[in-house]
Design a protein around this ligand. Structure first.
Ligand SMILES: [Zn+2]
Length: 314
């Protein structure tokens, strides 16, 4: 864990922020439902475009990151390979499934690119009972704002529907055509459980309200909180959505997602840049305090909702 502390440059001041702001808020048990695993051995790029691709994140690293950020908590994960395009996608998912199998309470999702066939998906999920979800990703295609079926073809949706699987879907942006498309396919494939990553990509304040309204009629919609540090977005979600459909996620992996330090926070009169995961947790705490969310609902958000959604089905 000391290596990870050094690598992330986690300092005494970071621990003070945890102790003063979060220790009394974050429950003892956490199911972190948006995390990434990565192993550069599966990359086809000799010179990867992103520096973080040089750092491997296996289950052990994910556990160490979490023990550092959430000290003293019992932690399990939903995890999936980082969506790097020029990669052996099937290979990296096989490796990730085996990493996660070392913890019987953690779950995996198969990383998809549009070329992966229905037969390949069925073969994979048949062999890995711990992989209960699918993870298509918009950056697997060349377009800037692809439609959902361009990166998650119907052939793949059919498998998800037949197996009643959760699908973690990251929208390339908040756009009416994408939300309408999602509404259409959710009624065509009613058994899919759609987990909207990053609160349906509602990174900016005010975006979430329109999304919630548009998606309100979809019965199988869930939201993860990964990288949302806007208290108002989280408040809107908890006021207007079914609270059993909102799950905690950090986007942690070395040295990306929640492990990046770029959220502004005033602490003891000093303007600091804090880790994104702490920015997110502080925003969640502020929203929950404001709405007087009960401790039972807090525990549901941090672990039970995801555990129920990601139960093994075989
Ligand atoms: Zn992510």
């Amino acid at each position: 864990m000391n290596d990870i502390r050094r690598l992330l440059d986690y300092a005494a001041l970071d621990r003070e922020i945890w102790d003063e702001e979060l220790e009394n808020f974050v429950p003892r048990k956490i199911f972190d439902a948006h995390t990434h695993l990565w192993n550069k051995a599966f990359s086809k790029d000799a010179n990867p475009p992103n520096d973080w691709e040089n750092y491997n994140t296996g289950l052990k690293e994910l556990q160490d990151i979490s023990s550092l950020f959430y000290p003293g908590r019992k932690i399990h994960f939903l995890s999936f390979p980082s969506p790097v395009r020029n990669t052996d996608h099937k290979g990296v998912s096989e490796w990730a499934a085996e990493e996660l199998a070392q913890d019987k309470d953690s779950r995996g999702a198969m990383l998809l690119s549009p070329e992966i066939s229905a037969a390949d998906i069925e073969s994979f999920i048949s062999r890995h009972a711990n992989c209960v979800a699918l993870k298509p990703y918009f950056s697997m295609v060349d377009k800037k704002m692809p439609s959902i079926t361009e990166y998650f073809p119907e052939e793949q949706m059919e498998v998800a529907n037949a197996w009643k699987m959760p699908v973690i879907i990251h929208l390339p942006g908040v756009a009416e055509n994408l939300l309408a498309e999602l509404e259409y396919y959710s009624s065509k494939y009613p058994e899919i459980k759609w987990i909207m990553a990053h609160c349906a990509a509602s990174f900016e304040s005010g975006q979430i309200d329109r999304t919630i309204k548009m998606l309100a009629d979809i019965p199988n919609i869930f939201y993860d909180s990964a990288l949302i540090y806007d208290t108002e977005t989280l408040k809107s979600l908890f006021v207007h959505e079914n609270r059993k459909r909102i799950i905690f996620g950090s986007d942690n992996a070395l040295v990306i997602g929640g492990c990046r330090r770029n959220v502004s926070f005033k602490f003891h009169g000093r303007e600091l840049k804090i880790f994104r995961i702490y920015g997110e947790l502080i925003a969640i705490r502020n929203a929950f305090r404001n709405l007087e969310i009960s401790s039972e609902e807090t525990e549901n958000f941090f672990s039970r909702n995801a555990e129920t959604l990601l139960r093994r089905y075989r």
